[in-house]
Design a protein around this ligand. Sequence first.
Ligand SMILES: [Cu+2]
Length: 488
Amino acid sequence: MNKRTILSMLKMATFISLSSAMITSCNSAGNSNQKIDASKIKVEGTMEAELTAPPLVPKPVGKRAAMKLTVNMEIIEKEGVMADGVKYIYWTFGGSVPGSFIRTRVGDEVEFHLKNHPNNKLPHNIDLHAVTGPGGGAASSFVAPGHEVVFSFKVLNQGLFVYHCATAPVGMHIANGMYGLILVEPEGGLPLVDKEYYVMQGDFYTKGANGEKGLQSFDMGKAIKEEPDYVVFNGKVGSLTGDNAITAKVGETVRLFVGNGGPNLVSSFHVIGEIFDNVNIEGGSLVNHDVQTTLIPAGGSSIVDFKCEVPGTFIIVDHSIFRTFNKGSLGMLKVSGDENKTLYSGKQTDEVYHPEGGTIQNMPADENAVKLSKPTTLAERIEDGKSIYNRTCFACHQPTGEGLPNTFPPLAKSDFLNANTTSAIEFILKGKSGEIVVNGKKYNSVMTAQVLTDDEISNVLTFVYSSWGNSKKVVSPEMVAAVRKTIK
Ligand SMILES: [Cu+2]
């Protein structure tokens, strides 16, 4: 035995005695810090994981043994509502932002089925921070629309972990809502509480300013500058207010599983009028007590719990407070029950904390409403093609058609595009894989088939041809229809 091993054994011993001291001195949220070798835990039986959309979480693991746990997760790209009158195309794990909550225990062997819905436009994958392995699973989970991949992992560390999509451009996939939480409970489970909820913060970047109505597309420039238009809980303004507020009764204990998907901002998570009795710092096993505000990094988490002593509406905020009052990061916990005048005797109002910025509420009803009429003139068709491009093509080919070196070929001044209209239409209809040479550079990657109508394809191609130094060719719906006939 050399000096190094002895030293590290000594350190380990101090660590163990320190942590067992902690367990006896404070029996709080999940402090089972004895380092059992989770890789050696045997699984007993199989079950399908219960998945829930926010703000709900699956049932606690309780005393159950480690198991082989099947997770069935479907990726769905869909239009949703960011705020009153503001629509956004979200990319989701399981149909919600944040994605479905996954609840496991140490030693579980997870068999992960990741399905990419056939109507989706893009390939995706998943990086789970709870996975010990290359890319947190990202390397094995890349999945094209209409496909399902399966990979397995054993959960070794307890804690609350973020998962997210890690497909290029990664920042954009996260910014569109591709994140969620996976909880790994210790052996025997976390201490029981009366109510548990799932809250996850995210920052969003839209072409229009905060409150501007209509379908808003993602703004890469603002994302790079880290200047979000919306900072919200659970994917949208108002996800946890009014009728959507989370609830508890006086005397109950509440635990919040809080995550931060980012992509950019760090959250100063705070519940106005409550003090967290226990906080699992950064979602790990170290528990802090009597905390007012807990810092949650992008791609990180925190577990907080507290007892509801008095009734009222408790406002959940990111204490970087302009985000709360002007960008949307405001939720509510409504606690019902009898007043306790010795603990709190004040005149309470609901209004004090309503968004004072009020940009969203104050917008005149129909200003900037989306036009629904079919585009007919060339200018209208190009405009329509641009919005299709910004929803479907630019994730890969980039906002100004410049592509990504070695991965996505350029559409700007592309010799291939300008010489082959039929191939361009065919790629959109059928997808394309295998080697292709564009402007003298080889690409060998995958373009997924795009589910678009003849009108949409003709408009998007007409837009592309009219932009970035291309040939200004006009593509008609008839040209698309003719190619569509040849490919089935
Ligand atoms: Cu993705």
